[in-house]
Unconditional design. Structure first.
Length: 267
């Protein structure tokens, strides 16, 4: 008896990017901070943007978070060109940026920081007040969903480790509907254990379907977390690599200019 023919496996279609930067150039007077840079981030994937200090990473963050507008080029969300005139507009489109400074208030409790700027209230008129019980409950549940087990959400944020504070900022962004998570050097100045906490949160954000742009100068941390790699050097796109082609040594060479490579077609 002849074997039944094997049905062909349909190719998996690539996921369309949710956020794109296309041929962006940024000039500050006579200084060119970015020169014809393109990149994209897709749901359920981590794109790592690498570069030394001065490579243009902060300028990319500024454009995608609505702080700056490129001199040339465009930003697209869900395939449509948009003008990000402010961080508020970027936030409304589901783009959340977690800066290295975190925007957390050290003396405030974890739950208070979690809902800072998004405070739920109860009651009406002069009896309207902050719904503290809801804040405590929802912040605890959201953190547990991200694998962050805090014994007491009434603890001040300043009493937590650097990795735990980063994790809270990431969990907060996802809880309030971020589809795109831009992380600005989240493991900088952290020890090994604290960096592991942050990288675990990056993985969990990916699992939840977020499109993550991890901005870092650390090739080892990028390689632990990334699916796609974009390297900037002196404001230009030096390389674009999938995870299968990336190594710590190669990323370091590309960042430092010791390896020349075509950056491939625009994202």
């Amino acid at each position: 008896m002849s074997a039944a023919p094997v049905a062909p496996v349909a190719p998996v279609a690539p996921v369309a990017p949710v956020l794109e930067l296309r041929q962006a150039t940024m000039r500050f007077g006579g200084v060119v901070a970015l020169d014809d840079v393109s990149l994209s981030v897709s749901p359920g994937r981590v794109t790592c943007l690498l570069g030394e200090n001065g490579a243009g990473k902060s300028t990319v963050i500024g454009i995608l978070s609505g702080v700056q507008r490129p001199t040339q080029g465009e930003v697209r969300v869900d395939g449509r060109e948009v003008t990000l005139a402010s961080p508020r507009q970027a936030h409304a489109l589901g783009i959340a940026t977690v800066y290295q400074t975190l925007a957390l208030v050290p003396l405030m409790a974890v739950w208070r920081n979690f809902f800072l700027g998004e405070e739920p209230t109860r009651g009406r008129g002069p009896l309207r007040r902050l719904d503290v019980a809801r804040c405590r409950r929802e912040s605890r549940d959201a953190l547990e969903t991200m694998g962050i087990a805090l014994r007491d959400v009434d603890r001040p944020v300043g009493a937590l480790s650097g990795g735990e504070r980063q994790a809270i900022a990431i969990a907060r962004a996802l809880h309030f509907g971020a589809r795109v998570l831009i992380l600005d050097e989240p493991t900088a100045a952290l020890g090994v254990k604290q960096a592991e906490i942050v990288l675990e949160q990056v993985a969990r954000a990916r699992e939840r379907g977020a499109a993550v742009l991890l901005v870092t100068h650390n090739p080892a941390h990028a390689l632990r977390a990334g699916d796609d790699f974009v390297v900037l050097r002196r404001g230009r796109l030096a390389a674009r690599l999938p995870a299968a082609e990336a190594t710590i040594e190669r990323l370091a060479r590309l960042m430092g200019g010791d390896e020349e490579e075509s950056a491939g077609s625009p994202a």
